[in-house]
Design a protein around this ligand. Structure first.
Ligand SMILES: C[S@@+](CC[C@H](N)C(=O)[O-])C[C@H]1O[C@@H](n2cnc3c(N)ncnc32)[C@H](O)[C@@H]1O
Length: 285
């Protein structure tokens, strides 16, 4: 990978022309004998955040999602969380990601899972969402904001597309007190792509963008335990191809190891939160 590619968000995440075809072949081979697969079967590939599918399930339980909910997933990646929500709750989920090849791969996986009517993917910047004002009941975002420097622009845009009284669910890496990060980490190979804020700074920018916090939890120790368990488990050969390393490249294990060390040394933390969009007069209900 050349210098410019590595140093852009899309380049960092390993987006490429052939990603969709490569993943389709892997998925067809890995799941051929069963004919179909569930979100759990491919979570090692498409749940691209610490805690995997359990973290997605836990965040979802903090919200009242029904089949009527209209949900937006900001920074939807390969689409694991959006397909989980559609599969579990029968709701419609729109995903937005900067990487066109990730969006194309997400659509392909939805087709293989017969979920193409429940999920849609759009290639766009989270700071310029391609939706009308007040479109969604819930905006969901996991592990995307750390690549976005302009947090005010991000959360103002999220507030714009949320209905009044709607909810924002977030699960993000935050800056902590232990000093600068060891790089590379899963979201950045070098400091220029990593834009972490402290929990206090996050709360301030979210409040200024029109949100009121309902749930605000430091889940760093849960995340660290998950990483410790994961590094002890040898990956069985049939699952190795369906892992994030396939997409991110051979330096992915060192990113995971640094992430774990950063958490152990309190250089970063993990925040889980649910906030409500207030109206202009300050009321949230
Ligand atoms: C670590 S992955 C998380 C993917 C997904 N949320 C998940 O948890 O499986 C971060 C994703 O955020 C996307 N992203 C980063 N900055 C973005 C931006 N400004 N607008 C839209 N997507 C962005 C990246 O392209 C990447 O797919």
């Amino acid at each position: 990978m050349d210098f410019d590619k590595k140093n852009s968000v899309v380049g960092h995440y390993g987006g490429s022309e052939e990603l969709e075809t490569r993943l389709e072949e892997l998925l067809r081979n890995a799941t051929f004998s069963r004919g179909s697969f569930s979100p759990n079967d491919i979570a090692g590939l498409d749940q691209f955040h610490v805690g995997g599918i359990s973290a997605t399930a836990e965040l979802a339980e903090l919200l009242a999602i029904s089949s009527k909910s209209r949900v937006l997933d900001v920074g939807s990646g390969l689409g694991g969380p959006s397909r989980y929500l559609a599969y579990r709750f029968g709701c419609h989920v729109s995903g937005v990601d900067l990487s066109d090849s990730y969006c194309r791969a997400a659509k392909m996986i939805a087709r293989l899972m017969n979920l193409e009517d429940e999920v849609s993917y759009y290639t766009a910047d989270a700071r310029a969402l391609p939706f009308e004002n007040e479109t969604f009941d819930i905006v969901w975002t996991q592990h995307a904001s750390m690549n976005i420097e302009d947090k005010s622009g991000l959360y103002r845009e999220v507030a714009r597309v949320l209905k009044r009284g709607g909810y924002l669910a977030l699960y993000d890496i935050v800056q902590s007190k232990g000093g600068p990060l060891h790089f590379p980490v899963p979201w950045a190979r070098e400091p220029g792509l990593s834009h972490l804020r402290t929990p206090e700074e996050m709360l301030q920018v979210l409040t200024q963008s029109g949100f009121e916090s309902h749930i605000w939890e430091d889940v760093s120790s849960v995340a660290l335990n998950w990483l410790k368990t994961r590094s002890l488990d040898p990956v069985p050969p049939e699952k190795a191809a369906l892992s994030q390393r396939t997409v991110m490249g051979d330096d992915f294990p060192i990113m995971i190891s640094n992430f774990r060390q950063n958490l152990e040394e309190d250089r970063c933390g993990v925040l889980q939160a649910v906030l409500q969009r207030c109206d202009q007069t300050g009321g949230c209900r």
